[in-house]
Design a protein around this ligand. Structure first.
Ligand code: XBP
Ligand code: MG
Length: 253
């Protein structure tokens, strides 16, 4: 089988957007709304168990603020806070705050040169994806992706397989023709449930998660001269991920 497309997760995979991007944007939205909530780095790591910003807010209110004495319905509050959070996130991104992870730009370029199609399958809002791509690779890079499946376009977020199934459907490809790139247990559960072979590159929040079922678990994609560390699986003699390496990984039984 030929490798036809790479499906990328966004947060944590393309860039380390959670700690210094989403988390900061949530905190700015809380302050703006006059709430004394603050999501520190460690608490945010726990909250990441729930994917999706609105879902994360709902979980936090239920668990940490069950007796909120505001005359506003939690549903309304969640929508308002999430809109404000997205505004702050877009502002942070437009400032070029967060770079792509090592190897991402190189791998995207190689895939384009060699006719391997690109797609996005993420839990985050579509606007956030466009903002990250535009800030790091230029506005034109949005067009490099044949499919951007994001946010609320499916009923169930990761770890459900819905977003990957949607992306495959829009690509018109089967799972066995594609490879997914993920950073988290929720993301891996989602891609595996959609039938996709998956390469995991971890980050500070996900390094100790369970990645059973992944084709390979690496510290990062790496670059020539600044390679990855293998956390689980067999990378052979490779030191960084390029398209030739992904083809070998993809072809493995
Ligand atoms: C990661 C997430 C996202 C962001 C928040 O998504 O869980 O929910 O933290 O984004 P992925 P929104 O790794 O699938 O890209 O606030 O826009 O939902
Ligand atoms: Mg992710």
């Amino acid at each position: 089988m030929t490798l036809r497309a790479l499906l990328f997760d966004v947060d944590g995979t393309l860039a380390d957007t959670e700690r210094d991007g989403h988390r900061v944007a949530f905190n700015r939205a809380f302050a703006e709304a006059g709430l004394d909530w603050h999501w520190g780095e460690a608490l945010y790591g726990k909250l990441l168990k729930v994917s999706g910003g609105k879902e994360r807010l709902r979980h936090y209110i239920k668990k940490w603020k069950p007796r909120m004495d505001r005359d506003i319905e939690p549903d309304e509050l969640i929508v308002e806070l999430h809109q404000a959070k997205t505004r702050h996130y877009l502002e942070l991104m437009s400032g070029g705050l967060i770079p792509l992870r090592p190897g991402v730009e190189r791998l995207l370029a190689e895939a384009r040169e060699e006719g391997v199609r690109l797609a996005i399958a993420t839990t985050t809002a579509p606007k956030n994806v466009t903002a990250l791509l535009s800030a790091t690779l230029g506005e034109h890079s949005v067009g490099w992706f044949d499919v951007i499946a994001a946010g609320d376009c499916v009923p169930r977020k990761k770890p459900a397989p819905d977003i990957y199934i949607r992306a495959l459907d829009q690509l018109g490809l089967g799972a066995t023709e594609c490879l997914a790139l993920e950073d988290s247990d929720n993301g891996l559960e989602s891609s595996l449930a959609a039938g996709l072979k998956t390469l995991v590159t971890v980050n500070g929040y996900t390094a100790r998660q369970d990645f059973t079922g992944a084709a390979l678990v690496l510290s990062q994609l790496g670059e020539p001269g600044a390679g990855f560390e293998v956390l689980a699986g067999d990378a052979g003699s490779a030191t960084y991920v390029d398209l030739a390496f992904l083809r070998t990984l993809f072809a493995r039984r």
